[in-house]
Design a binder for this molecule. Structure first.
Ligand code: NAI
Ligand code: MG
Length: 354
């Protein structure tokens, strides 16, 4: 029996267009072994499109995505287009319209990938659960008296009870599944309205999970601990801004930002979820064919999990983990000389040899 999925592909800009073909190749190879077939609709929504047509995506873009089982995205952003245009013109509308309120970012030390830190990474295994649709990334605010000495800018953070409760609940559920614990990122000593509210809801949620150990830590001290001892953590939950910063840092601590995957999840499955590497479009290496495809491949593996095929997802992860552990070729960000294509072929060989 074959199960078919319709996937929306948004390669975007720069290395986004270089890492999605490897991710699709792995999906197909693993899928063939598990009775899964993927059909793709490719959308050219990008900064190129913005420069040519004045918008990152068409007016009915969200509706075009709606009928897909999932969205696989490379990265968007390009010099010459302000980053807030590419973010607010594409990624943020998709996350919000589809209520992808969880941004899930696993961090795992892989054998054969040395951490830039002295300590090894192989026992590092935690996830960052980032609130993905509200918080500090809000449109509410404005600027006054532009160009005068009295110029000012105001930006409001938005924390709702519903939004805060559901992300903390997701974090505690994840920790329960992993037999782990929760650290809630806060800054209630400095941010005196929204953060105490977050802390209160964390405490209420924690009380509903008596079997899950949890504590809160201030974001400044917390980032230092992630660097000094990343093995201490299991699930870290944070607001949109804190989660964004934490997960890039954590990806780098694990070896390279080119490896780190992310899922934008709508846990209720009312809408498609979206899977994308943590990294951006990397204009500094775009077009050279040397981007590490692992962030994209790992994101595709998370898509397999979400679609209900954890054994296929695990196989995709195992396939690249064994290439790295065998001390074989790797891309330059991991100290090797392999191209994106050479490395992808090795991963595909590994799957074929199973
Ligand atoms: P970036 O992640 O694109 O690059 C940061 C550094 O990491 C660069 O030196 C790059 O060469 C390296 N790098 C990233 N991914 C890599 C990979 N797969 N293999 C090897 N090396 C890799 O972040 P940056 O430079 O801050 O942003 C560049 C553009 O990407 C901006 O326009 C930004 O707005 C956009 N961006 C988009 C994101 C998205 O689509 N979700 C996320 C982050 C940034
Ligand atoms: Mg980021």
């Amino acid at each position: 029996m074959t199960t078919r999925y319709r996937i929306a592909l948004i390669p975007g800009d720069g290395i986004g267009t270089e890492v999605l073909p490897p991710a699709c190749a792995v999906l197909e190879a693993v899928g063939a072994r598990h009775g899964l077939e993927f059909g793709y609709d490719r959308f050219d929504w990008s900064c190129q499109r913005y420069l040519a047509e004045g918008a990152m995506m068409p007016d009915d873009g969200i509706d075009q995505l709606r009928r897909h089982d999932a969205v696989l995205l490379g990265a968007v952003g390009w010099p010459g287009v302000p980053d807030h245009v590419s973010l607010w013109g594409l990624l943020i509308p998709i996350r919000r319209e589809f209520q992808q309120y969880v941004n899930l970012r696993p961090i795992k030390g892989l054998q054969g990938v040395p951490s830039p830190l002295a300590r090894g990474t192989s026992e590092v295994d935690f996830v960052v659960v980032r609130e993905n649709v509200e918080g500090e990334y809000s449109e509410i605010g404005g600027r006054l008296h532009r160009g005068t000495p009295a110029e000012l800018a105001l930006q409001q953070a938005v924390f709702t009870r519903t939004g805060t409760e559901r992300i903390l609940t997701y974090a505690f559920e994840t920790a329960r599944e992993r037999n782990g614990s929760v650290v809630s990122a806060t800054k209630s000593n400095g941010i005196i309205h929204t953060m105490p509210f977050w802390d209160e809801i964390a405490a209420e949620t924690g009380a509903r999970y008596p079997d899950v150990a949890w504590r809160q830590e201030h974001i400044d001290a917390l980032v230092a601990k992630v660097v000094l001892d990343p093995t201490r953590f299991d699930v870290i939950v944070g607001s949109n801004l804190f989660g964004d910063i934490l997960s890039d840092l954590a990806g780098a601590v694990a070896g390279s930002i080119g490896i780190a995957p992310a899922a934008n999840l709508n846990p209720e499955r009312d809408f498609p979820s979206m899977f994308e590497p943590v990294h951006g479009s990397a204009p500094d290496i775009a077009g050279q064919g040397v981007a590490n495809p692992l962030g994209a491949i790992w994101s595709a593996a998370m898509m397999l999990d979400h679609l209900g095929h954890p054994e296929a997802g695990a196989e995709a992860v195992d396939s690249f983990a064994s290439v790295l552990a065998a001390d074989g070729p790797r891309t330059p960000d991991l100290g090797g000389t392999a191209s994106t294509e050479e490395f992808t072929l090795l991963v595909l060989d590994g799957i074929a040899a199973r």
